[in-house]
Ligand binder design. Structure first.
Ligand SMILES: CC(C)(COP(=O)(O)OP(=O)(O)OC[C@H]1O[C@@H](n2cnc3c(N)ncnc32)[C@H](O)[C@@H]1OP(=O)(O)O)[C@@H](O)C(=O)NCCC(=O)NCCS
Length: 220
């Protein structure tokens, strides 16, 4: 555990008893247990949990799709927000992905235009808005903004983003990043080889917990 009592660890199915209260307190349409089990038992999925003084306070789940990574869920429990925990999770995730891809990770996610905390967080961690999906969220029909963090967006352009909507980009990303601002991936989130092996090699899944539930759910 670091001096501030914060640790980042791999999220496991066996921890869903701690995850679900956070998830249910955070979304109108939370992920079901079944959805977490489905994602966390895919060997290629990266699930990270953040603990504060030993207690699970938040998590991120990210899955590969074709040659890109999709951040599917980023959540911190209401009582623990604004303590830097989501940033800690994203920094750790980015370190893993950039190490695994030699600094070429292409990462995408969806976010509600009304979700200022999340938008601000993602923008501050190198994501740019590159498009919009109309009526994306089934519970209320709100659009989703599509954000990307790629070698291109980190250099201030959208050349490696599929079908970018440059009008949305101009509307939301002010200003575009300085192309000379090179993000580094060292520091507290630096990962060792063993950690990478653990994340990227298939391993037996944990025993599933709880009863799968049938619910529509919201993604990150
Ligand atoms: C979005 C969320 C994950 C942020 O978690 P968090 O641990 O509170 O975020 P952090 O403390 O790491 O904040 C990092 C940065 O995000 C931004 N941010 C976070 N909360 C914010 C808020 N309420 N208002 C404005 N900016 C905010 C700030 O830039 C902040 O940096 P700063 O504290 O140095 O100013 C959390 O609010 C959450 O779980 N919300 C509900 C679920 C959700 O909407 N998830 C995202 C779905 S796309």
């Amino acid at each position: 555990m670091s001096a501030d009592g914060i640790t980042v660890e791999r999220l496991k199915v066996s921890q869903l008893g701690e995850v679900m209260p956070i998830e249910r307190a955070s979304y109108r349409t939370p992920w079901s247990v079944a959805m977490f089990v489905l994602e966390l038992t895919r060997p290629e999925t990266i699930g990270l949990g953040v603990r504060l003084d030993g207690r699970l306070a938040g998590y991120v789940i990210c899955s590969p799709q074709a040659d890109e990574w999709h951040v599917m869920n980023v959540t911190v429990g209401p009582a623990d927000r604004r303590s830097g925990l989501a940033r800690r999770l994203l920094v750790h995730l980015h370190d893993l992905l950039e190490t695994a891809t030699g600094g070429e990770a292409r990462i995408t996610l969806e976010v509600r235009p009304s979700n200022e905390p999340a938008l601000t967080l993602y923008a501050s961690e190198g994501y740019l808005v590159a498009g919009r999906r109309r009526a994306y969220y089934p519970d209320d029909g709100e659009d989703a903004l599509v954000m990307w963090r790629t070698p291109g967006t980190r250099a201030g352009h959208f050349d490696d983003v599929p079908s970018p909507d440059l009008r949305e980009a101009a509307r939301w990303n002010t200003p575009l990043p300085d192309p000379l601002d090179q993000t580094t991936y060292v520091g507290e989130g630096t990962v060792d080889h063993q950690t990478l092996l653990e994340y990227f090699d298939p391993e037996p899944s944990d025993a599933a917990v709880g009863q799968p539930e049938e619910e529509e759910a919201e993604s990150a």
